[in-house]
Design a protein around this ligand. Structure first.
Ligand code: 5AD
Ligand code: SF4
Length: 484
């Protein structure tokens, strides 16, 4: 029987104050055993099936892996289909309205499935559910939802499941808190060679458009030694790519000073023996330092890829967004980054049509994109999120107009991406082979800079590093051939 590992206690008080107590974890472990017993008597012919679907960012994906780990511990078998499942759980995202609409759509589609199988449990969790107005709406309008819980109580899933299964009543728990850290939860990792490793949770920045600080609580960092040992264990298990996750990794252990800060963490993980690469996201430009860029340059295992969301190229808009840096500071960081890593690949997030943004101001975003020459961009039209400061701001530009700006930006980026990939032709890249490509006989992988490369090879290369010579370039994807 699996026993939950209780986090080694260190003397670093700052991280400890957020830790879920050993006693509480033991209590959850007992609930997990109880659920397992109840389920095995209810399903004598085979394990019940759980379908877990995660929306949103990698932070949510990492939560999903813990949720799946706990469900497996409780006796569920994971399935890829909602139809026929005994438990359907949506781990939701709140970042834009579109993400929420998808959840409501998929939830509606579950109604007939539940009618067919009234014993099926429907559960919802994640950022969207941490908002009271959403939880209230679900409670009133979706009576077939059995269980709903927020982002601060994931570790209590065994207890919540026990109450749902044994009382037959609806269980809703969106307890708010500054946040906690539960170490040692079982994890069911989705991949066998790429792993997500959360190093901190929450966000203190309150960018005026963003819901995350309201649904994820305050910044809190995981213990340095715990993170390094988890990385070591991943490398020992054969993982080839470890992505360190946090809303703002640059402020990791901010309170503890440089000895335990993010650059120190990168160096410590870089020092682990083995053939693997380290990625991280997301960096907030406001806390991105020369020390971090120097560390990236020094550490051979750190991918030369920096995701540095700029959001806008106009300093007035950045101020209204409460980003705490301006265009000049961002550009000077980029200049320094290229000077220490000439091959660096930079990607970014951009919001088009922030309330009050004018076309002239938007043109500053275009000119910044021209200057930085990103490898790729994640672009979004502003979406008003209830509870944020931007929600109440005047927003006179019509949606269609924002759509035109948006296309102008994506057309520009497409041109730049095409020019960048064209320069890759003839060069050899070390690629982590990830999966079969759509085209028969082809494998798809990624360079350190996060460019997708497709090349003829058999499936045995998946999960290994290979040298690939680029032979042909499309806009976002390049073609290549294996070289020894
Ligand atoms: N509207 C549009 N995009 C948003 N993002 C965050 N909040 C919003 C919003 N309200 C984008 C930002 C962020 C990315 C994860 O999502 O660009 O970096
Ligand atoms: Fe979605 Fe943001 Fe929450 Fe991630 S942190 S799950 S993107 S709302």
């Amino acid at each position: 029987m699996f026993t939950w590992r209780i986090a080694a206690l260190s003397d670093k008080e700052n991280n400890l104050k957020f830790l879920v107590s050993e006693e509480e974890l033991r209590r959850q472990e007992e609930y997990s055993d109880l659920v397992r017993t109840v389920l095995s008597s209810r399903y004598p012919l085979g394990k019940p099936k759980a379908f877990v679907h995660t929306y949103g960012c990698q932070g949510n994906v990492a939560d999903g892996e813990r949720i799946e780990g706990m469900l497996v511990n409780m006796g569920y078998e994971l399935t890829q289909e909602a139809d026929g499942a005994d438990l359907v759980l949506y781990n939701t995202c709140a970042i834009r309205e579109h993400a929420e609409d998808r959840v409501f759509g998929n939830l509606g589609a579950l109604k007939p499935i539940k009618k067919k199988n009234p014993d099926m449990i429907i559960a919802l969790c994640g950022c969207m559910m941490q908002q009271k107005h959403i939880a209230d709406r679900i409670y009133k309008s979706f009576p077939y939802v059995d269980l709903l819980f927020g982002t601060h109580v994931i570790h209590k899933l065994p207890e919540l499941m026990y109450r749902t299964i044994c009382t037959g009543r609806r269980v809703f728990d969106i307890t708010d808190s500054d946040g906690s850290i539960a170490e040692g939860l079982p994890i069911h990792r989705d991949g066998s060679f790429k792993a997500w490793l959360p190093i901190m949770y929450g966000c203190n920045n309150f960018c005026s458009y963003c819901i995350v600080p309201y649904v994820r609580g305050r910044e809190r960092s995981r213990d340095f030694d715990t993170v390094v040992s988890e990385a070591k264990s991943l490398v020992e298990q054969g993982y080839k790519e470890i992505t360190l996750l946090g809303q703002n990794v640059n402020s990791y252990n901010r309170e503890l000073g440089s000895e335990y800060g993010f650059p120190a963490l990168l160096r410590a993980i870089n020092a682990i023996d083995g053939d693997f690469i380290i990625r991280f996201m997301t960096s907030n430009p406001k806390d991105c330092t020369k020390e971090l860029l120097d560390t990236m340059a020094d550490c051979e295992k750190v991918a030369k890829h920096l995701h540095l969301p700029v959001q806008s190229g106009n300093s007035r808009v950045l101020k209204a967004m409460n980003r705490k840096y301006d265009r000049e500071k961002y550009l000077s960081l980029i200049e320094y980054a290229y000077s220490v890593m000439p091959e660096l690949s930079i990607t970014s997030d951009i919001i088009v049509g922030f309330p009050g943004e004018t076309y002239e101001e938007f043109k500053d975003t275009l000119s910044l994109v021209e200057k930085v020459r990103y490898t790729s961009l994640y672009t979004f039209i502003f979406s008003a999120r209830k509870g944020t400061r931007a929600y109440d701001m005047e927003d006179p530009v019509p949606r269609e107009e924002k759509g035109r700006w948006f296309r102008e930006l994506t057309d520009l980026q497409e041109k730049i991406a095409g020019e960048r990939t064209a320069q890759m032709k003839g060069r050899v890249y070390r690629v982590l082979c990830e999966e079969k490509a759509k085209k028969e006989g082809m494998i798809s992988g990624r360079t350190q800079g996060n460019v997708i490369v497709e090349f003829p090879a058999d499936e045995s290369v998946i999960g290994t590093f290979q040298n690939v010579k680029v032979t042909d370039c499309r806009t976002w994807i390049v073609n290549g051939e294996l070289v020894k």
